[in-house]
Design a binder for this molecule. Structure first.
Ligand code: ADP
Ligand code: MG
Length: 717
């Protein structure tokens, strides 16, 4: 949603041309201004904001705090009780790292708050050291333990409040004065405190702005005005107003998404033109004869639904849902071939390069005897390949989001498949669709979303579910293990490797910094290759070049690598049936959907597979998640459990919403509210299908801003 729209131009198309803008409307429009229009923001600072997705004033005021530190809930170390979960704030007074007898590394960071000392302890997570230098002011949250005569927390979650170095922003921020301090996802060269100051400036710039949502709607849902909501979210006056503010923002997120969906649905209905692909013919028959297995009944059913949709002259818009490993890919391939057979091109977009590459390699192998041309498009695609795609010489194109770059054009795109669709923003999916003239759309998801929720969320999609696994699969055995039990676990890994099996080791998720994530994985790989000198250890992470990634993945698939250490990037799609073990470090940091996806990487062959989750859950919610993943192998059961756990969890947290496009809204909490919001949005669009009425002008503008300008083409005004 990084609003790339430049200054002054109004993404709503047309709104800026009304000379009779009221001052309130004009203030609202300033959300679209470039950040450099703010006092004190030059091109250099703007460049540092860019990686955060901030280029406009609107991006800035909608850059919401990741969480809050409520000063009234901070415990003095001197009065912290053993066994309780608390937050303490202090300065780092000592950093110590050493190896334990079991060859683990142990990092101890001690903080002092004037009333006492407390140590944060991490095993095999040296990388925290870089952020917790002596003098750093930090908040630790976790359970207080008393060991070796000191108070400590194992694996505390923490936030750096101020670095020890002189930083004018941080000096001025008065951490000790505000009662609730917002903490932002920061990045290199931009501190949380700097952001706070800048957000304040941005809010001043749009002061007095009009509200894009009608007063009537606000009243109906009992919501506060947008300007107040934004101010309160960034600078909360107290817990109650903060709650109300977040409720308003969550509402907008839902409402505007539904308005977008309603607009698209309207357009489909009114301009119902699509491609009438014929019925499956000889190419498909031949492909099916060459498959080494029989499709499951569930695959057959899904395929029949897709083929029927594609044959109709109406645009297909279908979600294919099925567990990891249930065999969605082959169904998608059938659909791609149906497009090819009918003289159009098919394209499949995957969320990562590793996955796109693997799809391409597989698809090429499966189609090699069929005279169907397949090309891969990632960031580095050659001009020659793109020309052949534009000329229609390529039948099937597989790629990453590079497929939606401007320079990619198709001669006639008949089917667009979006793999792991929840990993793409709605805006990206729309741009992909716009690469053709009403191409059939097949969205795929391995996240089992309960049917009612799916229909609400994806409103305009039809649904096919593959609810049956190919025969011969054994459930994966899942064990949740204390990080102290490493030696047993790795002894088990060794036995599996000795039997010729392969293993995945997934490193911790470090949300705040990809760099630290990579560092952690690199250290783990080094440690394991020292511990397992007789086996080959490989390493893959997001900062490798694409060729390097490919090479590693290929060697793992080919069996030359026994143990693959990876950041979470393998999460999706990778298929190595010989891998029977997975170790996940710091598993309690992952969401349930993500863990389930990860676990689906193993147990793809006929061998028994084991997944060991290292976790030391500190909160009730984390404990419940670990228990659920251990108990449930079935994704739908797990999804239900997830809803249940989150419903009882903390009020908000953006970390693992696992749902598409929504940063603030916790949908799962209140399905009834979602339905009401949806109804309100659809009513509005029914009444004004192009949002062309004057009273809807700001809403149109805002909807388009949120969809990254990609809805422009919906508005003919
Ligand atoms: P998904 O994309 O749903 O996670 P894949 O399409 O990658 O699953 O399929 C997982 C594995 O199962 C692949 O190795 C695939 O070849 C295999 N497979 C797919 N369908 C069947 C089937 N009907 N019988 C046996 N194996 C199958
Ligand atoms: Mg898949």
């Amino acid at each position: 949603m990084a609003g790339s729209s430049g200054d002054k131009r109004s993404p709503g198309g047309g709104a800026g041309q009304h000379p009779e803008l009221t001052p309130a409307e004009a203030a609202f429009m300033r959300l679209g201004s470039a950040v450099t229009r703010l006092p004190g923001v030059g091109p250099a600072y703007a460049a540092r904001l860019a990686p955060l997705g901030i280029s406009t004033v609107g991006d800035l005021v909608y850059h919401l705090p990741r969480r809050y530190l409520d000063r009234s809930n901070v415990t003095a170390i001197g009065s912290a009780a053993v066994g309780e979960e608390v937050t303490v704030v202090g300065r780092v007074s000592d950093v110590d790292s050493r190896s334990t007898r079991t060859r683990k590394s142990m990092l101890t960071v001690t903080i002092f708050d004037g009333t006492g000392y407390l140590a944060g302890v991490w095993f095999n997570q040296e990388y925290h050291k870089d952020r917790l230098a002596i003098g750093t002011q930090v908040a630790f949250s976790g359970k207080v333990e008393f060991k070796y005569n000191v108070l400590q927390m194992t694996n505390p979650s923490y936030d750096v409040l101020a670095t020890g170095e002189a930083d004018p922003d941080e000096k001025a921020e008065g951490i000790h004065t505000g009662r609730i301090v917002p903490l932002y996802p920061a990045t290199a060269g931009v501190t949380s405190a700097g952001l706070r100051r800048l957000v304040m400036t941005a809010l001043d710039a749009v002061s007095g702005m009009a509200d894009p949502v009608h007063p009537g709607v606000l009243e109906r849902f009992g919501l506060m005005g947008i300007e107040v909501a934004l101010r309160e979210t960034h600078f909360p006056g107290g817990p109650e107003t903060l709650k109300a503010a977040r409720r308003r923002l969550a509402f907008d997120e839902l409402f505007i998404m539904q308005v977008g969906l309603a607009l698209m649905k309207k357009r489909r209905e009114t301009e119902a033109v699509g491609i009438a692909h014929g019925h499956p013919g000889e190419l498909i028959a031949e492909f099916r004869r060459s498959l080494p297995y029989k499709l499951t009944d569930a695959q057959e059913k899904a395929w029949a639904e897709i083929a029927a949709d594609m044959a109709r002259p109406v645009q297909m818009n279908r979600l294919l849902e099925g567990e990891v490993g249930s065999g969605k890919t082959v169904v998608a391939l059938l659909a791609l071939l149906l497009a090819v057979e009918n003289g159009t091109q098919g394209a499949l977009m995957a969320p990562t390069e590793v996955l796109a590459y693997q799809h391409a390699r597989r698809v090429r192998a499966m189609l090699s005897h069929l005279n169907v041309s397949v090309e891969l498009v990632t960031g580095g695609a050659s001009a020659a390949v793109l020309e052949r795609i534009a000329a229609g010489e390529v039948d099937v194109v597989i790629g990453t989001h590079a497929l939606i770059q401007e320079r990619v054009a198709f001669r006639r795109l008949g089917l667009a498949v979006i793999d792991e669709q929840h990993r793409f923003g709605l805006a990206q999916r729309i741009v992909f669709e716009a690469k053709g003239a009403n191409p059939d759309l097949l969205h795929m998801s391995a996240t089992p979303i309960p049917r009612t929720l799916a229909l609400t969320l994806f409103g305009d999609l039809d649904l096919s579910v593959i609810d049956e696994m190919p025969a011969g699969r054994q459930p994966v055995i899942t064990v949740v293990s204390d990080p102290g039990q490493r030696s047993n676990t790795f002894a088990m890994v060794r036995r599996e490797l000795e039997r010729g099996r392969q293993a995945f080791v997934i490193c911790p998720l470090v949300e705040e910094s990809k760099k630290l994530e990579v560092k952690a994985a690199t250290e783990e790989a080094e440690r394991l290759s020292a511990e397992f000198p007789e086996f080959n250890t490989g390493l893959v992470h997001g900062q490798l070049k694409s060729e390097e990634k490919r090479e590693v993945m290929q060697r793992f698939e080919g069996g030359q690598i026994d143990m693959l250490v990876s950041t979470v990037m393998v999460e999706v799609g990778v298929d190595v049936p010989n891998a029977t073990v997975m170790i996940v470090e710091d598993a309690d940091r992952f969401g349930l959907a993500q863990l389930h996806q990860l676990r689906g990487r193993i147990g793809r062959g006929s061998e028994r597979a084991i997944c060991v989750l290292f976790a030391d859950p500190q909160t009730e919610e984390a404990k419940a998640r670990m228990e659920a993943i251990r108990r449930y192998d079935d994704g739908f059961a797990l999804a239900e459990a997830d809803l249940h756990i989150r419903g009882e969890g903390q009020l908000f947290g953006t970390r693992q919403s696992g749902l598409p496009d929504l940063k603030v809204a916790r949908l799962s909490r209140n399905l009834d509210l979602v339905r009401r919001v949806r109804r309100a949005a659809f009513e509005l669009v029914d009444d004004d299908p192009g949002l062309s009425k004057k009273e809807n002008e700001l809403l149109r503008w805002e909807t388009n801003r949120r969809f990254g300008g990609s809805l422009q083409w919906l508005f003919h005004a």
